[in-house]
Every structure is written in structure tokens, then in C-alpha cells.
Design a binder for this molecule. Structure first.
Ligand code: GLN
Length: 454
């Protein structure tokens, strides 16, 4: 089998299913075929192959790719052609993965269903009447539907883990700072992380190995040694101490999800782990704090889209103010505008102490909840999302319920810790996700436990 065969297979599958799933925004077929042809020459020479040699990958459309349109699923950037690659894309090229194309998402990564894409929704491959989750819904659906081997997503409040859960695949949000954000279009810079969406845990370890590491181009990038994630998959979890937060299993959690998580924990116990109930008492304040902080950061980050430098410019402006005003009014969708308004309000003088500062304090309390539990436990385990995927259209007019859905993933971003979602069962034909949360930089442990469970 050649790399060209793999790439052909990928586009063939896309031709067969993407009319229904609609995971892709842009296909990069010409480049992919040229890369594949070049790699075929290298086939016989094992020593020269990169870690991900010849493997078809999809990339979320908020990660910039040189010469390939990068839209963030926004009308504002529908013609934006980046002049450089994100660091993760450079690293993928070094590892010799083959980029197949760019994947759909909620506009600027704001959302949890992919219905906020300004182009079209993506549909859940298990049942196309349901959403694939979001905001990395295209990234999750493309992997679940077999269109690519794996993909990259970004996670600000759950956007890798929740779609992975809804689509029955593995999604990993690394520790804040482990993977470079250079070239990731910023949503909320203190929360955003890029990470892998894969079919299984071993693939997740490989992809993380390829993209992790210090980057001088990202000032928040951690200067740490990268362990060997692949050899961490030993299968041994004897004596592992697992914490089950009671707040993650209470009201609002679907009984089928709860049962599935409990039986997953039984299995882990049978492998030699110890499970005990703990409390993360500030969990109930996480959603409110997150939507204030993330929107505040977004209102500032998105100020760069003014119609002058990037993307689409309003036609025939009367003056500069009119140019800004109309470019932004026409370019941004409703959810993005909602967040910019909320964030601008929260940051305005007179309200700053009452909202932004208070939310920062809540963030610290949530971080301390985790610190305390990690003094006596190796890992925190619970559901990834309160329910399985919901129907397309069910929550489009109800942003608050949509926001509350993120209750189990948001605390992880606020604390900056790593977490993985892996499949642990089904309810009514739709996958359920199990979330494993670790100490900072304990990706090797999370992957080891997830692999033992799988
Ligand atoms: N659903 C959350 C939001 O809308 C998370 C998004 C994300 O992680 N990018 O903000």
C-alpha cells in the first residue's frame, strides 16, 4: 500500500459520505496528492520516515495553513489566505502527515453543536438528525465517519472533548501551554489549546507526540521536556487512585450517562484502581465564570477584525467608522456578536470589578478545587457531557441551555489541566463519553489509563 493509496481512500470516502456529514469546508486535494507522490518515493526507506508518515489528517479551520483558505467558519474570513503555517501544522509536515483539508466548526469556535458555522452545519455520523457537538464538530465527525485517520481540534471550554464524546471517538485537551497556539486564531487566549481527535488512544499518543513542545513563537508555551507518550501505554493501572466528583454525577446528568460512567469505573477497579468520591465544590460557578472570561477575551481578540487587515471589507464605506461598523456587522454571526457585546460590557469601567475581576477569583477557586483533589488522587473521572448528542435545531434558540451543557468540560480549561474523552457506551444508538482529568502535564498518565480502559 502506498501513501497515494491512503490519500485516494480518504478522498473516496469523503466523496461517499461528506454530502451527508458535511465535515469539510475546504479540500486541499492538489497539495495532498503532490505530498503523497513525494512520500511514495520514500516508501522503501524506513529510517527516513516521520512519525506520522503518510497518514491523512484533517485540520480545524481556525488553525492557519499557508496558502489554504482559513475561515474559522466565518463570513468575515471567507477569503482569508494565510501567509504562514501554524506551529502545529509545521510540526505535522515534519512528522509527514498528509493534510486532506480544513474542517467545519462553530464560527470562531463559539458553540457546542456546529450549528454556528456560517457555511453549513455538520451532522453526527451515527445519526444525521443529531449534532456532532462543537465547536470542533467537523474534526470529530470526519474521524468518526472514516474520512481521515485523525484530526486537530481546539478546546477553549470543551470543544475537543464534547464533540469526541458525541461522535464516539477519542479527544484530548492538553495542559495549557503544552501545545503551541501560534497560528491558532485566538478565541480566549488564556483557555485555548489545540489537541488531537482520534479513533483510539494509541493514535492520540502519536499525534500528541508530534505536536507537543516548547515554541518561542508562543509566549505562553511551557518550557518542559516532552515524555514518550507512546511507551507510556503499558496497560498497568494497579494502585491508581481515581476521584469521582459528586458534582459531576448529580442533577442534570442523564441516567444512561451516569450508569455508563459507573460501569466504566467498575472496570477500572477490576484492573486494580481505587475509586473514591470527592467534591469539587465550586463546579456550579464554572459556567458563569467561563462565559464572562471567555467572552471578555474574545471581545478583545476579535477587535483585530476591522475590515482593514483581514478578510472581507464592506463595500463603498462612507468613512472609516462606517467601514469598521459595516464590516463587523456583515462579517460576524449572531453568536459571535452576542459574545463581543457581553465581553465588552464585562470589561467596561465601572463593571470590571463586579464581573471580570469576580470571575477571575472564581477561576482561582476552581483551580484550587482541583489542586486539593490532586493532593490525594492521580486522576479525576466523570462524564464528558451531561447527555448524548442532541437533535439538530433543538437548542438553536436557547443559548443558555447550550452554555449549561458545558458544565463538565469548562472547569478543566479554567484550571489549565489536561483531560481526555473516550467512548464508554451507547444510549439509543448514540455514543457516551468518559472524561479523565489529570494533573498539569500528566498527559502520559491520562493516556495510560484511557488505553487500559479501552
Ligand atoms: N461550547 C463552548 C463555547 O461555546 C466551548 C467552545 C470551545 O471550547 N471552543 O464557548
Amino acid at each position: 500500500i502506498t501513501v497515494t493509496d491512503l490519500v485516494n481512500e480518504s478522498y473516496k470516502r469523503i466523496g461517499e459520505v461528506d454530502g451527508k456529514v458535511r465535515a469539510f469546508l475546504t479540500l486541499d486535494e492538489e497539495n495532498a496528492r503532490a505530498t503523497a507522490a513525494a512520500q511514495d518515493v520514500q516508501l522503501g526507506n524506513k529510517d527516513t520516515r516521520g512519525l506520522l508518515f503518510g497518514l491523512p489528517i484533517g485540520i480545524k479551520d481556525n488553525i492557519v495553513t499557508e496558502g489554504v483558505i482559513t475561515t474559522c467558519a466565518s463570513q468575515f474570513l471567507r477569503n482569508f489566505n494565510p501567509v504562514y503555517d501554524a506551529t502545529v501544522v509545521t510540526k505535522l509536515k515534519e512528522a509527514q502527515a498528509v493534510s486532506i483539508g480544513k474542517l467545519n466548526m462553530d464560527e470562531f469556535a463559539m458553540g457546542g453543536s456546529n450549528e454556528n458555522s456560517s457555511f453549513h452545519p455538520t451532522y453526527n455520523p451515527w445519526n444525521t438528525e443529531y449534532v456532532p457537538g462543537g465547536s470542533s464538530g467537523g474534526s470529530a465527525a470526519a474521524v468518526a465517519a472514516g474520512e481521515v485517520y485523525f484530526s486537530l481540534g481546539s478546546d477553549t471550554g470543551g470543544s475537543i472533548r464534547q464533540p469526541a464524546a458525541y461522535c464516539g471517538i477519542v479527544g484530548l485537551k492538553p495542559t495549557y501551554g503544552l501545545v503551541s497556539r501560534f497560528g491558532l486564531v485566538a478565541f480566549a487566549s488564556s483557555l485555548d489549546q489545540i489537541g488531537p481527535l482520534t479513533k483510539n488512544v494509541e493514535d492520540s499518543a502519536y499525534l500528541l507526540q508530534a505536536i507537543a513542545g516548547h515554541d518561542p513563537k508562543d509566549s505562553t508555551s511551557a518550557e518542559v521536556d516532552i515524555p514518550d507518550y507512546i511507551s507510556a501505554l503499558t496497560g498497568d493501572i494497579k494502585g491508581l487512585r481515581i476521584a469521582l466528583p459528586k458534582e459531576y454525577m448529580g442533577e442534570g446528568i442523564d441516567p444512561a450517562v451516569r450508569e455508563s460512567v459507573l460501569s466504566a469505573l467498575k472496570l477500572l477497579e477490576s484492573l486494580g484502581a481505587v475509586v473514591e468520591e470527592v467534591s469539587l465544590p465550586h463546579t456550579e460557578y464554572a459556567v458563569a465564570a467561563y462565559y464572562l472570561l471567555a467572552s471578555s477575551e474574545a471581545s478583545s481578540n476579535l477587535a483585530r477584525f476591522d475590515g482593514v487587515r483581514y478578510g472581507v471589507r464592506a463595500e463603498n464605506p462612507a468613512n472609516l467608522l462606517d467601514l469598521y461598523h459595516r464590516s463587523r456587522s456583515e462579517g460576524f454571526g449572531a453568536e459571535v456578536k452576542r459574545r463581543i457585546m457581553l465581553g465588552t460590557y464585562a470589561l467596561s469601567s465601572g463593571y470590571y470589578d463586579a464581573y471580570y475581576l469576580k470571575a477571575q477569583k472564581v477561576r482561582t477557586l476552581i483551580k484550587q478545587d482541583f489542586d486539593k483533589v490532586f493532593e490525594s488522587y492521580d486522576i479525576v473521572i466523570g462524564p464528558t457531557a451531561p447527555t448524548t448528542a442532541f437533535k439538530v435545531g433543538a437548542l438553536v434558540d436557547d443559548p443558555l441551555t447550550m452554555y449549561l451543557n458545558d458544565i463538565l468540560t469548562i472547569p478543566v480549561n479554567l484550571a489549565g489541566v489536561p483531560a481526555i474523552s473516550i467512548p464508554c457506551g451507547f444510549a439509543d444508538g448514540l455514543p457516551i463519553g468518559l472524561q479523565m482529568i489529570g494533573k498539569p502535564l500528566s498527559e502520559a498518565t491520562i493516556l495510560r489509563v484511557a488505553h487500559a480502559f479501552e
